[in-house]
Design a protein around this ligand. Structure first.
Ligand code: ARG
Ligand code: GLU
Length: 720
């Protein structure tokens, strides 16, 4: 009887398990897919092979992916070097070409001929030629018991030799980076193209639709793309900008699929994710969300509220502060999502469960136990020690960053100490350079806004930072002002010589010795120096020591996890701006009780969000017209125009502009964001709610073709 019930139940359990045994977590190294992931990827529906993704013998997908300027990802979508990335990745380039008469940010930009494509000095596109494991050589001289410094120095020596000995062409570079917290090293041979030209960009009302309000949010309706082109010398190799350069012929360019995606479809994202910390101990995760994120959010909350209230009242301030606001708000919002996501998914508890499993397995492994006994406990204990220092560091950093009078003070202090080191004689010649570097700062500076931010943040700092960390110099200033942010700020902004470009000019026009003496008297530079001294003496030194111990323990703990659990769990290295592959499935999600999000958005949603004249939600007349006429060409589906979709690919900052590829390795979307509830994937990925956001490639083509009429670009692409 029992048997008859248990058997089928077990069977059912196994099939359910089998159905669900794929992991969408992980940012995998492309050269290791065949050994680690290929089988699972195929099980999830992938139709191509690991060698189609990464090969050193033939053109493969990796040959179509570049690191875009080192901060984003882009992909080659034609045999003439056409490059697709996000609008927010191309933003600086588009802005630099814009003027009041030709505002490409506002109106978009489309090069009608090759001659109209615009060069961007300094912008680069880097391909990965090959990846080698160099762990053995790199760690050859490392001996147990070495200090972190000694260890690094013997490694650096080997890396240098490796760099020099690596086989490569004269135009190629070599980069070596640590992985798995320094337990492994990989070498990358790369090719960097230096002539990358702007080809097309939609107006911000498409490319940045929803702006800060919709940032990190699903459902999303942003056409976050821009188009560039790589140019090469006549020999096809990297060359500095020249009129004679020619469109670059890639080893591989992506085929574009017009088929779209359905729920459950396999998707893969390739790109250059920047930084994650997936192997922190529970104490560190707790600290990240409950202490560190909380401190940063508290400071930015106050600063943003003040900026916003001024921006709403004053058009001039709105223009001056728009970029600052967006920059400050981006991670403010991300950290809040992270705090909430960890709480909601019980992230700290899950880490503790994982640690309990690890401990149990280590306990049962007599061979490994002596080597790793106590490592995890020491690491957690070290993080407990770090806590007050880490919190103070972030209060300090956020204070100096958000109170711009303090940032300006720091810049002046740095300038003067440089002169002090290089000799007073340098003062006059360096002064002009310094003043020029401050020009753009004051262009977007408003002392009233800054004053109010300062009042708020000084009080938060005083409340949050223990007296023994803040230091005596700061405490003296604070006491002189009755421990009141408003008192101190009122005096500072009334008296300081750094509240405008004119005043700063007059300040540094004085003889060098007078300026040095003044720096100790001006209330802004005096406070900046007091804060800095407190930070350096009481925080950064002990912090560095603790951090060194943590690095050491974290490295050992990483290896311990791999040795102890290696047969039960596959480990991927934390993101470090190297090429990675992540894969998942197209899928909606339920962030809260009774809420379920669908996986697709349509142009109908753009029109729903439309607020005429609004700086975030305006819609171009031409797009409204196309919508009214349902004039979607071959890009629409059943009379509707798809815009964005989500999937469970594990991505992070730096993956912006990454291609989303389907089971055949064809381009179906362009990655540009994550959902708010899932931003904790940087420290604890949870397949339940972590989703990446992509713009549907058909929306990109529709905008290029039907909205902008730039058909010459469509003609170069390979559409399926
Ligand atoms: N959240 C996206 C990414 O980190 C997009 C940021 C740019 N967009 C914006 N509205 N600020 O970085
Ligand atoms: N917008 C991010 C970027 O600029 C990608 C979003 C994320 O952090 O996942 O790279």
């Amino acid at each position: 009887m029992l048997q008859r019930i248990v058997r089928p139940m077990l069977l059912l359990a196994f099939t359910v398990l089998a159905l669900r045994t794929y992991a969408t977590e992980g940012m995998w190294l492309p050269q290791l897919l065949s050994g680690l992931n290929e089988k699972e990827m195929k099980g999830m529906g992938m139709k191509i092979t690991a060698a189609d993704i990464y090969s050193i013998n033939k053109g493969s997908l990796k040959d179509a992916i570049v690191s875009f300027g080192g901060f984003c990802t882009a992909e080659v979508i034609s045999t003439k070097g056409l490059l697709l990335t996000n609008h927010h990745c191309g933003y600086d380039a588009i802005q630099k070409h814009s003027s009041l008469q030709n505002n490409f940010l506002e109106n978009g930009f489309w090069a009608r001929t090759a001659a109209e494509e615009l060069p961007n000095p300094g912008l680069t596109a880097t391909f990965i030629v090959r990846i080698d494991d160099v762990t053995k050589t790199a760690l050859q001289d490392v001996k147990p018991g070495m200090t972190e410094r000694e260890r690094q120095s013997v490694i650096d020596k080997r890396l240098n030799e490796l760099r020099n000995a690596t086989r490569r062409e004269s135009w190629q570079d070599v980069i070596i980076k640590p992985f798995y917290e320094g337990n492994q090293y990989f070498l990358f041979v790369t090719e960097t193209y230096k002539d990358v030209r702007l080809v097309g960009a939609p107006p911000s009302s498409i490319g940045k639709f929803g702006s800060d309000t919709d940032n990190w949010v699903w459902p999303r309706h942003t056409g976050d793309f821009s188009i560039f082109r790589i140019y090469a010398g006549k020999d096809g190799r990297p060359a500095p900008y020249s009129q004679d350069n020619v469109p670059f012929t890639p080893r591989h360019s992506l085929t574009i699929s017009m088929k779209g995606v359905k729920p459950g479809d396999f998707t893969m994202v390739m790109g250059f994710p920047g930084r994650t910390s997936e192997y922190l101990p529970s104490e560190a995760v707790k600290q990240a969300v409950q202490v560190v994120d909380a401190a940063k959010v508290e400071m930015r909350d106050a600063a943003l509220k003040i900026m916003d209230s001024y921006m709403r009242r004053d058009e001039q301030i709105k223009i001056q502060y728009a970029a600052k606001y967006a920059q400050t708000a981006n991670y403010w919002k991300k950290w809040m999502g992270e705090m909430q996501g960890i709480k909601q998914t019980n992230g700290i508890y899950k880490k503790k469960q994982y640690e309990a499993d690890y401990r149990k397995m280590l306990e049962e492994n007599p061979a490994l136990k002596p080597r790793y006994n106590g490592v995890l406990d020491s690491l957690n204990a070290m993080y407990r020690q770090l806590q007050p220092y880490a919190q103070t560091r972030d209060y300090y950093n956020e204070l100096v960053k958000n109170v711009e009078l303090l940032s300006a003070s720091d810049r002046l202090i740095n300038f003067i100490s440089d002169v002090h080191e290089q000799g007073e004689g340098q003062y006059e010649s360096k002064r002009q350079q310094f003043l020029e570097s401050m020009q753009s700062f004051y262009q977007n500076y408003n002392a009233r806004v800054d004053h109010d931010i300062c009042v708020s943040l000084l009080d938060i700092y005083a409340k949050g930072v223990p007296a023994q960390f803040a230091g005596n110099e700061y405490l003296q200033v604070w006491q002189e002002n009755n421990k009141d942010g408003r008192n101190l700020a009122d005096r500072m902004y009334a008296v300081s010589g750094l509240t405008s470009m004119e005043k700063l000019k007059a300040f540094v026009q004085q003889p060098y010795n007078t300026v040095v003496a003044q720096i100790w008297k001006d209330p802004a530079t005096r406070l900046a120096m007091a804060l800095r001294k407190g930070f350096v003496d009481n925080v950064s030194r002990p912090l560095n020591d603790i951090q060194n111990s943590i690095n050491n323990l974290q490295r050992t703990y990483m290896q311990a996890q791999m040795d102890v659990m290696g047969s039960k769990k596959r480990f991927y290295p934390d993101a470090n701006s190297t090429l990675r592959v992540t894969y998942g499935k197209v899928d909606g999600y339920s962030p809260r009780d009774a809420i379920h999000y669908d996986y697709y958005t349509y142009l109908d949603g753009v029109i729903e969000k439309y607020i005429p004249g609004d700086y975030e939600f305006d819609v171009p007349a031409r797009l409204i017209e196309l919508y009214k006429n349902k004039d979607y060409g071959r890009y629409g589906v059943n009379g509707r125009m798809p815009v964005c979709f989500i999937a469970s690919n594990h991505t992070t900052g730096g993956n912006s502009g990454s291609p989303a590829l389907n089971a055949n390795g064809h381009l179906v979307g362009l990655n540009f964001d994550r959902t708010w509830e899932g931003t904790m994937s940087d420290i604890n990925y949870d397949p339940g709610i972590c989703r990446n956001i992509m713009v549907d490639i058909r929306y990109v083509l529709f905008i290029v073709d039907k909205f902008a009429g730039c058909t010459r670009l469509i003609d170069e692409m390979k559409l399926m």
